[in-house]
Design a protein around this ligand. Structure first.
Ligand code: NDP
Length: 324
């Protein structure tokens, strides 16, 4: 079995494929034969060394994986069971999914819900799971389809693509914000009713024309500030990302004059009951067409190349990595 191993040399991150066996794995009570992993923005930052995601080397990256239980000391999991893992620090401070074998805490694993296999679970991956958490946040804020359009920023990325597809399937009218004209056909296929450019969010005024009943923001910075200023009275913005930067140059005006809610979304430490609910919803709500339209499949040997493409905004949709 092989693993992608990250090491540091002269302050640069280097990725190499190396053989891995059970004796090398970190502590944990469940060992999993990984079938698929995927590449998320955070993986791309870790593998290219562009973000300080990893602090101890050598490290196996991969913040998510799906596979079969090979050995378990946790009574909740049995040999041969299909499981999925996202977050909890895997691929950051605990060896992650870009490896034939992974050993983790049973507490971190979710049994694959009916309707999903390892491949589908990793077409979804951390990005898709996060998109579902964002959709649930909008629902919990009372945003319903009749109130108007829902905006998704960074729409052609992993979180954005899944959010567009999910919202469309749930009956919302989805507006996709994308910085690339080349992604327009793809976004329409996923269910976007119209597409607007990133430059739409350069205004910078505290309040702008009210447009969105709700929004899912994966970009942050000026884009998020402008989205808040454009959100309708009583609307909700679910913010999960920083693809455009981690600042938030906003004012309190949308909150105090328009009752706008800004809901943060974290997928890494999401408690188990909410994880189970989100995965069950994904299995039920994502249309079958999503798995064909949004997925690009690669092998471990092409991970470094695709990580660079993600950082340079040349990839779209979800990149899944076949391990077995
Ligand atoms: P992707 O790289 O797949 O997508 C990001 C998208 O953002 C791109 O496709 C692009 O969309 C847009 N984008 C890229 N660069 C810029 C820029 N400089 N300015 C504005 N827009 C830009 O990443 P993911 O979908 O995997 O993740 C999206 C964000 O969400 C990341 O910041 C990630 O860290 C975060 N995230 C957070 C999670 C959490 O738990 N809170 C979990 C998962 C992800 P387009 O070309 O269409 O404009």
């Amino acid at each position: 079995m092989q693993a992608l191993i990250l090491q540091q040399q002269d302050n640069k991150t280097q990725a190499t494929l190396q053989p891995v066996d059970e004796t090398m794995l970190p502590e944990g009570d469940v060992t999993v034969e990984v079938v698929y992993s995927s590449l998320n923005y955070k993986d791309a930052m870790a593998i290219t060394g562009k973000g300080r995601i990893i602090r101890q080397f050598p490290m196996v990256p991969g913040i998510d994986f799906a596979g079969r239980v090979r050995h378990s000391e946790d009574p909740r999991f049995h040999i041969g069971q299909d499981v999925v893992l996202t977050g909890w620090g895997a691929g950051e401070n605990h060896w992650g999914g870009l490896s034939g074998l992974a050993r983790v805490k049973g507490d971190w694993l979710v049994p694959l819900p009916q309707g999903l296999d390892s491949r589908k679970a990793m077409v979804i991956g951390t990005a898709g799971f996060t998109a579902m958490l964002c959709v649930m946040a909008l629902e919990e804020a009372g945003v319903v389809a009749q109130q108007g359009e829902i905006l998704v920023t960074g729409a052609s990325g992993g979180v954005g693509s899944t959010a567009v597809s999910l919202l469309h399937a749930l009956g919302y009218t989805v507006v996709a914000a994308s910085g690339r004209v080349s992604t327009h056909d793809y976004l329409r296929q996923l269910g976007a009713s119209r597409i607007i450019g990133r430059e739409t969010f350069a205004d910078g005024r505290p309040l702008e024309k009210q447009q969105w009943a709700g929004a899912i923001d994966t970009v942050g910075d000026k884009v998020l500030a402008s989205v808040l200023a454009q959100t309708q009275y009583g609307g909700c913005v679910a913010a999960c990302g920083l693809a455009g930067g981690f600042s938030l140059p906003a004012t309190v005006m949308p909150f105090i004059l328009r009752n706008v809610r800004l809901q943060g979304v974290d997928s890494v430490m999401t408690p188990l009951p909410r994880r189970l609910a989100a995965w069950a919803r994904l299995a039920k709500d994502l249309p079958e067409s999503f798995y064909q339209t949004a997925a690009t499949e690669i092998g471990l040997d092409r991970v470094a190349e695709y990580a660079a493409a993600i950082m340079e905004n040349r990839a779209h949709g979800r990149t899944l990595v076949k391990i077995e």
